[in-house]
Design a binder for this molecule. Structure first.
Ligand SMILES: [Zn+2]
Length: 344
């Protein structure tokens, strides 16, 4: 399995996060990539630096305004008197009647859904690197590889066309979809991150050519709270092409793997040409975000089940935060996916 990772993403190490009314260290730290790379190393999987991602692919996923904000927002912000080191929103564009703002503080409120995806000096180059990894992994699968893995950080599945949130910037799963489209017109996205992939759902909600299926901790008690319910089934031409399977918090391997089996039944019924997996590892029982209680064996089972679908598959890294078990969680999933017998 080819693996892609852009080293430039190390320069993105966000600090700010507002959590329950307190200032907290951001969970999406550069150290995550080092732990994930250690997993690839343990499996002797070589890692390739991706080439640049074409702008037209990014513009199929995101608005020009959002891309421009991500590219230039930090330099505009630094021109403000007494601005902090990272762009963090302190207003939000929630009115029905609204006008796109000229001021950077307004743009931050327009394009940032929460405070967990702050934009710093190197964030744009880092998120381009993440998107490039997804693009090159998708190109490998488009060219005939049965599967490929993209180590993307910052992650992407909480970002919609016009809004970033939840530690995410460019939506890398959607980049993989758009890269695959010319060769694989019918695509399923299976999101197994512990959080609902609200950004990816939003991007494809009106479309019948892309099925979105997500297995996640229930938004009744867990991020992203407003989206991710079972009654969200798509809109217009996309009606019936969105399936959410929310699980009670602290659900373990059996419940999680049964939900993935149901998700794969829907994927099989859709008869896609290719599969994009939003591979979050934060469903692990020791992940600091505490959503579900999946073990290494659960990840291994999930990898085996998803590979057994027999589809050309792009694996796109999403969440999975700092814990001693992050490395082994990736090893477990990839061992299951590639059918390797390895002691965990
Ligand atoms: Zn997550």
């Amino acid at each position: 399995m080819k693996c892609f990772y852009a080293k430039v993403t190390e320069a993105h190490d966000p600090q700010f996060r507002l959590y329950l009314g307190t200032m907290a260290r951001n969970a999406e730290q550069a150290e995550r990539a080092r732990l994930l790379l250690a997993g690839l190393d343990r499996l002797d999987l070589p890692v390739t630096e991706p080439g640049p991602v074409p702008r037209d692919i990014l513009e199929r996923v995101h608005t020009k305004e959002l891309l421009s904000f991500l590219e230039t927002g930090w330099s505009e912000w630094k021109k403000l008197d007494r601005s902090g080191p990272e762009v963090v929103p302190n207003v939000h564009a929630l009115n029905k009647e609204r006008t796109y703002p000229k001021h950077i503080v307004g743009k931050a409120g327009w394009h940032m859904g929460d405070t967990s995806a702050p934009l710093a000096e190197h964030s744009w180059q880092a998120t381009l690197g993440a998107a490039a990894a997804a693009h090159d992994a998708a190109k490998a699968v488009a060219a005939g590889d049965s599967s490929a893995y993209a180590l993307c950080r910052p992650p992407g599945h909480h970002s919609s066309a016009d809004v970033v949130a939840g530690h995410c910037m460019i939506n890398c799963a959607a980049v993989a979809v758009e890269t695959l489209k010319p060769t694989h017109p019918r695509i399923a996205v299976l999101d197994i991150d512990v959080h609902h992939g609200n950004g990816t759902q939003d991007i494809f909600y009106d479309r019948e050519d892309v099925l979105f299926v997500s297995v996640h901790a229930t938004p009744e008690t867990y991020y992203p709270f407003f989206v991710g319910y079972a009654h969200e089934t798509g809109r217009g031409a996309g009606e019936g092409y969105n399936l959410n399977i929310p699980l009670a918090q602290s659900t373990g391997d059996d419940g999680w793997c049964n939900a993935i089996a149901s998700a794969l039944d829907r994927v099989a019924e859709f008869k896609p040409d290719a599969l994009v997996v939003s591979l979050g590892l934060d469903a692990h029982e020791n992940d600091p975000l505490k959503g579900l209680k999946v073990t290494f064996d659960g990840f291994r089972q999930a990898g085996g089940m998803i590979a057994a679908a027999g589809l050309p598959t792009v694996l796109v890294q999403e969440g999975g935060y700092l814990s001693p078990d992050l490395t082994t969680s990736l090893v477990a999933y990839l061992a299951g996916h590639t059918g390797r017998d390895i002691d965990l």
